[in-house]
Design a protein around this ligand. Sequence first.
Ligand SMILES: C[S@@+](CC[C@H](N)C(=O)[O-])C[C@H]1O[C@@H](n2cnc3c(N)ncnc32)[C@H](O)[C@@H]1O
Length: 194
Amino acid sequence: MNSVQPYSPLEFAQMCVHRHITPDAVCVDATCGNGHDTMFLLSNIGGKGCVIGFDIQQQAIERTQRLCSSRPNYARLTLIHGSHDDIQNHLAARGIHSFRILMMNCGYLPHAEKSITTTAHTTEAMLLQAVSMLEHGGCITVVVYRGHEGASEEADAVIAFASMLSKKDFTCARYQPLGGAAAPECVVIARREE
Ligand SMILES: C[S@@+](CC[C@H](N)C(=O)[O-])C[C@H]1O[C@@H](n2cnc3c(N)ncnc32)[C@H](O)[C@@H]1O
C-alpha cells in the first residue's frame, strides 16, 4: 500500500521555488554541495534564465559540475568556488545586481568533512545582502538543521532574521514537519510584488 508522506523541508523549498520561478529568472544556489538544488534550478529555467552556485569546497563544485553537465541548460550555470557571504560582490563582478530565487541548504557536505559547515555568522551576512538584491515576486528558501555543532545557533539566526523583516515588503514562513523540536525546517522569505 502506498503511504502519502508529508513534504520534507527540502521538497517544501522546491515547491515554494516552483511558485516564484520564471523562465528568465536569475537563480542562486548559495550552497551547491552535491548539486541537487542547482540541478533543480537549472531544470526550471528557460534559455534566458541562469543559475549561479556557490560553495567553499572544490569537491562540492566538482560534484555539482558532474551532476549538472548533462542538463540542457548547463551553459546557463556559473559555479563560484567561494563563500556566499560575499554574494553581492561576486554577483556584481558578473554584472548581476538582483535575482529572483535563492536556495540555501545549510550544514555540511554529505560524504565529506563534517566539520566544514555553514555558520550563523556567514549565513546572516549572506541573507542581509540577499534581501536587498531579491526581486519583487522572488523568494529565498533556507533549510536549517539542529543536529550538528552550531546548527541550532544558525537556525535561530535565520528565523530571527526572517522574523524582523518588514511585513510590508516581505512574507515569511517556517515549515517543519512534526517530529520534534530538533527536526529540520524550511524558512521562506518572499518579497511582495510591487
Ligand atoms: C548541506 S550541503 C548543500 C547540499 C546541496 N544543496 C545539495 O543539493 O546537494 C552544505 C554545503 O554548504 C557549503 N558551505 C559551507 N559554508 C559555505 C559558505 N560560506 N559559502 C558557500 N558554501 C558553503 C559546504 O561546503 C557544503 O557543501
